[in-house]
Design a protein around this ligand. Structure first.
Ligand code: C2E
Ligand code: MG
Ligand code: MG
Ligand code: MG
Length: 288
């Protein structure tokens, strides 16, 4: 009887495995098709100066599935990376983001910049710089209006090859920043060697502000370190007015988070940015 149960268990395990595998294969096929059929959508989340004006937006990819639902990046980026589809997808994302900000800036007195997330796979591919150069030329966007958000992990591995490409991107005039800063293990020495201009303080530091002493100490330490290295700090994941006030008091010049503005569709975010600059007198009442 034990043997029987064992057999059943094994069979169930196999059944589950193939179901999970099937979901993955389906998603992979859907992603491939989504890239071909323009079903990778970009939503944009505004980033604010401490005075409440918008300085930038972050482009965030979503996949519109065959059945029309919106799939979050946590579900398809890992597959895109595993399959190499991140390369063509990444180029599409860059093109769209640059075109969006160019079009948006036509109606703005003070132009905003756009930041695009870049996977380590794109950087290790060796073509990123050429792609960025091509996309900038095509869109006419000034290089300093494009920011690339990199993760700490990629900066830590394969340092020399990566460093060369980063230097080329920096020479183009593109802004480089480190995303989710504080969650990885980059050392001061590494950071100092990289042509990086800013860091995005990870949401996990922000979420317990201002009440939890550890978070206060950690965030202040990161800020002091960034200052010493001449890096700009952007706080991400700002959800409450207390967090906002603490960060502004601590000297963080730029903030992003659901409490200020959520990611919005391309159309909605453009309207949001336009409306916000028109009413820039009331910008000080940031939304939280
Ligand atoms: P990320 O670059 O750190 O982007 C910020 C994520 O946090 C976004 O999630 C955003 O919606 C969310 N967020 C913003 N403010 C808040 C807040 O106040 N509270 C909370 N709880 N969350 C907030 P999203 O859009 O699901 O993206 C997740 C991650 O997927 C991104 O993290 C980024 O690493 C990756 N990703 C998104 N688009 C792309 C892309 O085009 N290429 C690549 N390689 N990765 C991308
Ligand atoms: Mg990011
Ligand atoms: Mg983060
Ligand atoms: Mg981030």
């Amino acid at each position: 009887q034990a043997k029987q149960a064992g057999k059943n268990t094994v069979r169930m395990f196999h059944a589950n495995m193939s179901a999970a595998l099937q979901i993955k294969v389906d998603l992979e096929n859907d992603l491939h098709e989504a890239i071909l059929n323009d079903r990778i959508e970009l939503h944009y989340q505004p980033r604010f100066n401490s005075d409440g004006s918008i300085c930038s937006v972050e482009a965030l990819a979503r996949m519109r599935s065959r059945s029309g639902e919106l799939i979050p990046p946590a579900q398809f980026i890992p597959i895109a990376e595993e399959t190499g589809l991140i390369i063509p997808m990444g180029e599409q994302v860059l093109r769209k983001a640059c075109r969006w900000v160019q079009d948006t800036n036509k109606k703005l007195k003070k132009p905003i910049s756009v930041s695009v997330n870049v996977s380590g796979i794109q950087l290790l591919d060796g073509q990123l710089c050429a792609t960025v150069e091509k996309v900038l030329k095509l869109s006419g966007l000034a290089p300093e209006m494009l920011e690339l958000e990199l993760t700490e992990t990629v900066l830590m591995q394969n340092q020399d090859a990566v460093l060369q490409d980063l230097n080329k991107l920096h020479a183009l005039g593109v802004i480089l920043s480190i995303d989710d800063f504080g969650t990885g293990y980059s050392s001061l020495a590494t950071l100092h060697r990289m042509p990086v201009q800013s860091i995005k303080l990870d949401r996990s530091f922000v979420s317990d502000l201002p009440d939890k002493v550890d978070s206060v100490v950690l965030s202040r330490t990161v800020l002091a370190m960034a200052k010493a290295l001449g890096l700009k700090v952007v706080a991400e994941g700002v959800e409450t007015s207390e967090q906002r006030d603490f960060l502004i008091d601590a000297g963080v010049p730029e903030l992003q988070g659901f409490g200020l503005a959520r990611p919005m569709t391309a159309d909605d975010s453009r309207q949001f940015v336009w409306a916000q600059q028109i009413t820039s007198d009331s910008a000080k009442k940031i939304l939280v």
